[in-house]
Design a binder for this molecule. Structure first.
Ligand SMILES: Cc1cc2nc3c(=O)[nH]c(=O)nc-3n(C[C@H](O)[C@H](O)[C@H](O)COP(=O)(O)OP(=O)(O)OC[C@H]3O[C@@H](n4cnc5c(N)ncnc54)[C@H](O)[C@@H]3O)c2cc1C
Ligand SMILES: *[C@@H]1O[C@H](CO)[C@@H](O)[C@H](O)[C@H]1NC(C)=O
Ligand SMILES: *[C@@H]1O[C@H](CO)[C@@H](O)[C@H](O)[C@H]1NC(C)=O
Ligand SMILES: *[C@@H]1O[C@H](CO)[C@@H](O)[C@H](O)[C@H]1NC(C)=O
Ligand SMILES: *[C@@H]1O[C@H](CO)[C@@H](O)[C@H](O)[C@H]1NC(C)=O
Ligand SMILES: *[C@@H]1O[C@H](CO)[C@@H](O)[C@H](O)[C@H]1NC(C)=O
Length: 530
């Protein structure tokens, strides 16, 4: 397999360079020769409970995206938060002349090498299991977890207390630290905001090796920095996550539209209604002749006779996907509520499909697909994903330009689309929002067939992504990338826009040597500047 060559971000930010110079001059006390002694032996000498591995680190050289490959010098398997702090402090004390960087690796489900550290240290967060989950079941319930915990495990444990987190991702085999470093967006975000809006407190190891607790009230700037902070300001080691009473069951609804405007109007109506569904997403389906047949294994058509006559042909269709939570003793009420809401929508009547599953089965739905894909050898393949945030006023132009146009079929990969209301997002975090109150998440979750040169090949999909981005650019759609990938600092600067200066200030405050998360390629460790 060929890996794209990587050009690191150029450093032309004057402020950044100036402060680094000052830093370096004031570092006279750091022994420079320290930097040139054998790094592995200096790491081995650290007083850790866990250990470093210098061999068989292949797992830490790649990620879910399967397009980038960078071998670290060492992998730290921490047994405690203090192991992480000692390691980072050690590298901090080496000063800017050492090239050594550190990347936390959550579950390695990034798609563009964001959790890799070329010849640096990867911290295998999953070794960190020092903290048992601690539940507070009071009026405003929450749980304290290790940031290395997978969301699926938090769900299992919370359910034992009749509780569950409020805001999710579509797939739960991701770590708390990994999703909080991005945002964590799914079909609950219209109501609860993303996962970064549902966390009360964090414990963070900064780029200087300091362990700091932070929240909205204490060290608020660090707290806001780290949320959506792409791993740039510290390593999240613990998190306090807001919970709510968990429902037992969900009603799961899918309906189809052939007209984009009608689909989007209904989605926006639902996310702004007071009494509404608990989860609202959507899918774009292009030229999938058998779409309804595929659903039949898990969903029942409301009108089997009509549904069997529905033909999708080569058309572009939009699927609205909804769920409503309920407990079995309230099944009549929930049915009435759903009926009332559906009566206000304008989907194609014969395409109403429903299903009823446990809450956990619904939330863990992508894992079911994972098992199927794994059995066909289609999970560990390249994932050239593209995630975009699009202002509401531009979503129609986007859909016209892209669906059925640039993108001619969605045969094997899901394309998600749904709106969220910005009022549930905190604009002080590091997360970059598009302008406008309402914006859409559009997720092209492509997978490539290795060695295919056809439309499902990597080259073809990368070209497709490029064309979509170029279209957005030329049409001035004001689009922001989510889980963004750029190769130069100029591009990151454009991405952050007015927020860039704050981002740089925060970097200088919490990771001034640019030790952390080098795989994001926003900053490069000091040495090249000098
Ligand atoms: C199948 C699938 C479905 C997905 N669905 C959604 C979705 O519905 N919504 C959504 O928002 N996202 C979704 N994602 C994206 C996912 O949220 C990100 O890829 C996330 O980074 C994955 O978590 P991870 O634990 O694997 O992180 P990693 O890939 O290991 O790390 C991500 C980044 O965060 C840094 N990092 C990791 N842990 C920490 C930590 N403790 N402290 C500081 N920095 C850290 C890493 O260095 C890296 O830069 C999905 C991904 C997959 C593979
Ligand atoms: C290092 O730590 C890992 C994870 O805790 C453990 O499996 C392994 O046995 C340890 N190796 C050594 C040499 O101690
Ligand atoms: C952070 O808070 C946790 C629990 O609230 C506590 O155990 C820990 O000692 C605190 N750490 C620091 C550095 O204050
Ligand atoms: C978004 O949410 C805010 C606050 O709840 C509300 O005032 C506003 O009307 C919402 N916008 C839309 C378009 O629904
Ligand atoms: C739809 O897909 C089929 C193959 O599955 C292909 O032959 C046909 O050309 C496609 N139609 C359009 C409109 O792209
Ligand atoms: C965040 O939003 C508030 C209210 O809309 C606004 O007053 C403030 O200036 C914004 N802050 C930032 C950093 O954008």
């Amino acid at each position: 397999m060929k890996f794209p060559s990587v050009s690191f971000a150029k450093h032309n930010n004057n402020l950044f360079i100036r402060v680094l110079m000052i830093m370096l001059l004031s570092c006279a006390t750091i022994r420079v020769d320290f930097c040139f002694s054998s790094i592995p032996s200096s790491l081995k000498a650290l007083p850790l409970e866990g250990n470093f591995s210098f061999n068989e680190n292949e797992f830490a050289a790649r990620d879910y995206g399967n397009q980038y490959h960078f071998l670290p010098l060492a992998v730290l398997h921490p047994k405690s938060v203090s192991d992480i702090a000692i390691t980072i402090k050690h590298i901090w004390q080496m000063g800017p002349l050492s090239r050594l960087t550190v990347a936390a690796r959550g579950h390695g489900h990034s798609t563009r090498g964001q959790a890799l550290a070329d010849q640096g240290i990867v911290i295998n967060m999953e070794s960190l299991r020092e903290q048992k989950m601690q539940f507070n079941t009071g009026r405003f319930p929450y749980v304290d977890v290790s940031a290395s915990e997978l969301w699926i495990k938090i769900l299992h444990e919370s359910l034992k207390h009749g509780l569950a987190p409020k805001s999710w991702t579509d797939y739960l085999h991701l770590t708390v630290g990994g999703t909080l470093s991005n945002a964590g967006i799914s079909g609950q975000a219209f109501r609860h905001g993303p996962q970064i809006s549902n966390v009360h407190e964090l414990e963070v190891v900064t780029g200087k090796g300091e362990v700091v607790n932070c929240s909205d009230k204490k060290n608020a700037d660090l707290f806001q920095s780290v949320l959506g902070g792409l791993g740039q300001f510290g390593i999240i080691t613990k998190a306090r996550i807001s919970l709510e009473p968990a429902p037992k069951m969900v009603k799961w609804v899918r309906v189809l539209y052939s007209d984009f405007s009608t689909f989007a109007r209904d989605q926006e109506f639902l996310i702004s209604s007071k009494k509404t569904f608990d989860y609202i997403e959507g899918l774009v389906i292009i030229n999938r002749t058998d779409v309804l047949n595929n659903w039949r294994s898990s969903f029942s058509p409301q009108d089997p006779d009509q549904a069997s006559k529905f033909i999708s042909d080569g058309r572009t269709l939009y699927c609205l996907e909804l769920t409503k939570n309920f407990n079995p003793d309230k099944v009549d009420t929930v049915n009435q509520e759903i009926e009332s809401l559906l009566s206000k929508l304008s989907y194609i009547p014969s395409t109403l499909f429903m299903s009823e599953v446990s809450y956990i089965e619904f939330l863990d739905r992508v894992h079911t697909s994972e098992l199927k894909l794994r059995s066909k050898g289609l999970w560990d393949v390249p994932h050239p994903w593209l995630n975009l945030l699009i202002p509401r006023s531009k979503i129609k132009a986007f859909s016209q330009g892209v669906f059925g146009n640039i993108l001619k079929d969605t045969n094997s990969s899901p394309v998600l689309i749904y709106p969220v209301n910005k009022s549930k997002w905190d604009n002080r975090t590091s997360f970059v929002l598009p302008e406008e109150d309402i914006f859409y998440l559009v997720a092209f979750l492509f997978h490539a067939i290795p060695s295919s040169s056809g439309t499902d090949g990597l080259e073809h999909i990368l070209t497709l992504n490029k064309r979509i981005l170029e279209f957005c650019e030329v049409a001035h759609l004001g689009v922001k990338q989510y889980l963004a990938h750029y190769t130069t600092q100029e591009q990151w600067q454009v991405h952050f826009g007015q927020r860039w200066e704050v981002f740089v200030q925060r970097k200088l405050a919490y990771d001034p040597l640019a030790i952390l998360a080098p795989g994001q390629r926003i900053f490069q460790k000091g040495i090249s500047i000098l």
